[in-house]
Design a protein around this ligand. Structure first.
Ligand code: SF4
Length: 164
């Protein structure tokens, strides 16, 4: 079973670097995507205990569906962009792709709990398998992004709406 819960201890703060923050109700300041947040200390947030009180509740609410730690531990074998800056771009690219994979897996996981007809359940299991290769690599993630798989999963959900 793929882990769909964020495990920040085994990540390398990919969300704190890779994602853009837009100043507003959820974030107290702007930060462009691909730039480390000013509060990042190593792989940890220097504001961790004060996020809500300092206008950063978006950081508390954000979950990567387990994509971050998988990119670090599985795709990059535990390496970090902080030790090897050349890894920053490929790790962030893989993080964006893995977020898609895990986002779709999380939706399929939720749908599996519904009373689905046999044919749709079989289709769902097939889609889960396509999203769950033995090992993700930068190459297989890039191939996934170019493939028809994301569109096929979205089409599956549109089809479910019609029968549920
Ligand atoms: S405030 Fe903390 S949790 Fe939010 S992006 Fe910056 S380092 Fe990450």
């Amino acid at each position: 079973m793929v882990e769909l819960t964020s495990d920040c201890q085994n990540c390398a703060a990919l969300c704190c670097v890779g994602l853009a923050l837009d100043k507003g109700e959820m974030f107290a300041f702007d930060k462009p995507a691909g730039v480390a947040c000013k509060h990042l200390k190593g792989h940890k947030c220097g504001m961790h205990t004060k996020l809500e009180s300092t206008g950063l509740k978006g950081c508390v609410q954000y979950h990567c569906d387990g994509a971050g730690q998988r990119v670090v531990q599985e795709v990059f074998a535990g390496q970090s962009w902080q030790d090897n800056p050349a890894l920053l771009h490929p790790m962030l690219e893989a993080f964006a792709q893995m977020r898609q994979v895990h986002g779709l897996l999380a939706l399929l996981h939720t749908a599996k709990a519904l009373p689905l007809p046999k044919a749709q359940l079989a289709e769902l299991v097939g889609l889960e398998a396509q999203l769950s290769p033995e090992l993700w690599t930068p190459e297989t993630l890039a191939a996934f992004e170019r493939s028809e798989v994301p569109k096929t999963v979205r089409a599956f959900f549109r089809g479910l709406k019609a029968i549920l």
